[in-house]
Design a protein around this ligand. Sequence first.
Ligand code: PBG
Length: 346
Amino acid sequence: MTRQRPAPEADPLTRPDMEAILGGRRMRRNRRTDWSRRLVRENTLTVDDLIWPIFLVDGDSVTQAVPSMPGVDRLSVDRAVAAATRAAALRIPAIALFPYTDPDLRDPSGSEAINPDNLVCAATRAIKAAVPEVGIVVDVALDPYTSHGHDGLMVGEEIVNDATVEQLCIQALIQAEAGADVIAPSDMMDGRVGAIRRALDMKGFGHVQIMAYTAKYASAFYGPFRDAVGTAKTLTGDKRTYQMDPANGDEALREAELDVAEGADLLMVKPGMPYLDILWRIKEAFGLPTFAYQVSGEYAMIEAAARNGWIDGERAMMESLTAFKRAGADGILTYFAPRVAEKLSG
Ligand code: PBG
């Protein structure tokens, strides 16, 4: 006895009437060829979108690997000048400087942050002298300088807001004096953007831009960065009384509103990929130049998986950065910057 199969054309489940369903509307038509895919592409990553974060360390001719960020090094000032020169050659618009401060120089009040000869100021001066065409973004916060690893001053268990802001203004001023182009407060104290703007304007630095870490979340993705600047071990407790709760979105819009009112020129969302919704909302609501920080943990995840052969690292790098553009970013701070710039320049 042979089992009878129904004629395929008679079975609406295996052979539905595609014309009735599609009516000629086939999305794949535009995807068939490379030229067509390029023609309909909505977002393009270019070298002009990149800011390259660089870690600094004391010494001469020092390149020190950061184990939790494979491919990223701490650089002495001379090597940082070389990196900035490479950035200029690749036409990367700007670099961002972060110091690994000698543990002996860290104290409860982060006094090294307001030393005009500290590592960041020394590097800024040297880089400005060698490659003036590269923008220099400097971080304003006390964490690389405090013995407790917090971004602000501590009184008992509390991170005190207003006294911290006072010190951040001094930090911003010495950095501007050293030649920094963009002051980037990452501390999340209330009112710091307005206070820094006033201080800069009063001292003749009206041209210096402020990139506000507008929505900076209390995130697990900063881990490798804390290794790089040496705060992983010093940090006591967590940063949840000043950095944002990862569960909140509306609150980021209120932060943005304040930063805009206080005079921020550029806004930033951090971390990056887990917070694309926040990036999109802030860009939509305010229309200011808005940046994403693809943070150390995001970089480390992509690199670790790539080095294990679990993902195609090169493609993941490009895809992640393209996603920021699609979500409305005007630019991205990324540790991949030199690699991407090299790839884009062919
Ligand atoms: C410190 C600061 C942090 C980052 C940038 N500035 C870490 C933190 O808040 O603990 C994180 C950057 C990264 O993870 O790549 N104010």
